[in-house]
Design a protein around this ligand. Structure first.
Ligand SMILES: [Zn+2]
Length: 136
């Protein structure tokens, strides 16, 4: 995550050496003037030497701190994809059964979506959905 207004690089030795600059803010409120650790975004003083949490509790703590609302979590993304597939299949079913003359839903197909082409496909879709919900 790049913050606006921070200088990304540091030049020294009359411009002959160019390296990444620490992206942390010092206590003065200004950007830290030290070079960042190689491969990291901050210097040693600002945590660049840290190798991160080691224990399961520590990793969970970091996860909890960075969790915002969960709308982009793996579970939410998967559920959104499944809902999208179900909506497209319902629209396909209406079109195959002649209940809708509308156009196909535009846009990229979600992963795992197979369009319903025949009434047999629609029957199988209905059976799968209703049996999946405990209907007989
Ligand atoms: Zn620093």
């Amino acid at each position: 995550m790049k913050k606006l207004g921070l200088v990304p690089f540091l030049e020294t030795a009359g411009g002959r050496i160019r390296c990444k600059r620490c992206q942390a803010k010092a206590r003065s409120g200004l950007q830290c003037a030290k070079p960042a650790i190689r491969g990291k975004r901050v210097c040693r003083t600002h945590g660049g030497a840290s190798s991160g949490p080691k224990t399961a509790e520590g990793r969970q703590k970091i996860r909890d701190v960075n969790w915002i609302h969960g709308e982009r979590s793996a579970r939410a993304i998967k559920q959104s994809r499944l809902n999208s597939i179900k909506l497209r299949k319902l629209a396909d079913a209406l079109r195959v059964l002649g209940a809708s003359a509308g156009a196909k839903i535009p846009g990229r197909w979600p992963d795992g979506y197979q369009p319903l082409e025949t009434t047999a496909d629609v029957q199988q879709f209905v059976i799968d959905e209703l049996v999946g919900r405990g209907w007989k």
